[in-house]
Write a protein that binds this ligand. Structure first.
Ligand SMILES: [Zn+2]
Length: 125
């Protein structure tokens, strides 16, 4: 399970919305808690590029940072399944995909195996 603060998620959605229809990609920062991954923050990757179809960054330019749990990127189409390119460029433990409509908590997350991970937003209503 991925646990993410609603406000943190919302800020990420705002960023995606402001860049629509370009894709955005961010790094997810957090920690492991037993079998869960807690996302506490997100940040822009150095030298990230957004574009139509694929957003990426050169992973070799990243510092070794064990608080980076993975990435999140947007699919302006709204389809929340990873593409083959996504899976070939997997970085970190988890990959989150967000898409419109951006005004509701909407996203999907995956392990490198392709297995989907449930996302829980906190605080819960
Ligand atoms: Zn993608």
């Amino acid at each position: 399970m991925i646990l993410i603060d609603k406000k943190v998620f919302k800020a990420m959605q705002e960023f995606a919305k402001n860049n629509h229809p370009r894709e955005i990609i961010v790094l997810l920062r957090g920690k492991r808690e037993k079998d869960n991954i807690v996302i506490t923050d997100w940040l822009l990757p150095p030298f990230g590029t957004g574009g139509n179809g694929f957003a990426s960054f050169p992973t070799h330019m990243l510092p070794i940072d064990f608080t980076i749990m993975g990435t999140a990127h947007s699919h302006p189409s709204g389809r929340l399944t990873p593409s083959a390119t996504d899976m070939n460029n997997f970085y970190g433990r988890v990959m989150m995909i967000i898409g419109p409509p951006y005004d509701e908590p909407r996203g999907a997350a995956y392990y490198k195996s392709g297995e989907q991970i449930p996302i829980r937003f906190s605080p819960q209503q």
